[in-house]
Design a binder for this molecule. Sequence first.
Ligand SMILES: [Zn+2]
Length: 282
Amino acid sequence: MKKLAALFTAAIVLAAGGTALAMRPDWRFVMTTAAENTVRSGTLPEKTVISTEKHSLEELNSREDVTFSEQLMLVNSEHMLDSEYTPSLTDYKDTGIYLRREFADAFAELNEDVKNNCGEGLYFSSGYRSLTEQQQIYNEEGADTAQLPGASEHNTGLAADVYVNGFAGEALIKSPAGRYMNENCSRFGIIIRYPLGGKNKTGISYEPWHLRYVGLPHSKIITENGLTLEEYSGIYDDGEWYSYSGYLISHQTGSELYLPINFTDCVISPDNCGGYFITAHK
Ligand SMILES: [Zn+2]
């Protein structure tokens, strides 16, 4: 059965490649992406054994060599934010679009890269939305297109919708800048949160315009392995350590966390499901 499946996916890839010359670039992009999603086999983090030390969350909160971020929070209709949730935000380059600082910095780098390679950049159509604004949108648009307050990633400041001049929504990938952004955002800690073919996991159709910050190296692992954020949380055994491209990653639960003894740039993020992700440099 496996061989048959491999032959079948190979045929899709050949079909996508073979007809590529005659196809419009956006269709070629969609077909290639669909084919890649069926045969993706990136490198997953590998289990490793390291020396660790136990710390209370209280102690970690006061340490300067540890950063607390919410970069890996899973937010959807099953994992909602609580009604008091208010992130700290920054006004992105005085545009009136509010984002988390870490997302704003990563997006600035991504947009610079898009401009350098495509001659034009991305614009925001939506960034952070308060729970009150989300309720208004839900009331106006209804459950088919809008999420309840607390179920939308826009309520975190870690997500944004973007467009290219003249190309918004699904048309984004008709523009070279939109396609380039889709193919390269993972190098900057950003993912296409609702990927092509991911609806059975995310509950949401392909949205090439909706960006979500998860940080490095998570964006690369997710993208290269064709995962959704829903699936990503489940790839780690609790309390174990994993090695990936110079990073150490661990998922843990409880009020005490184990951190590597020798590390730099340690980032701790709640997963919004009762656990924490720890990311450190070796
Ligand atoms: Zn969005």
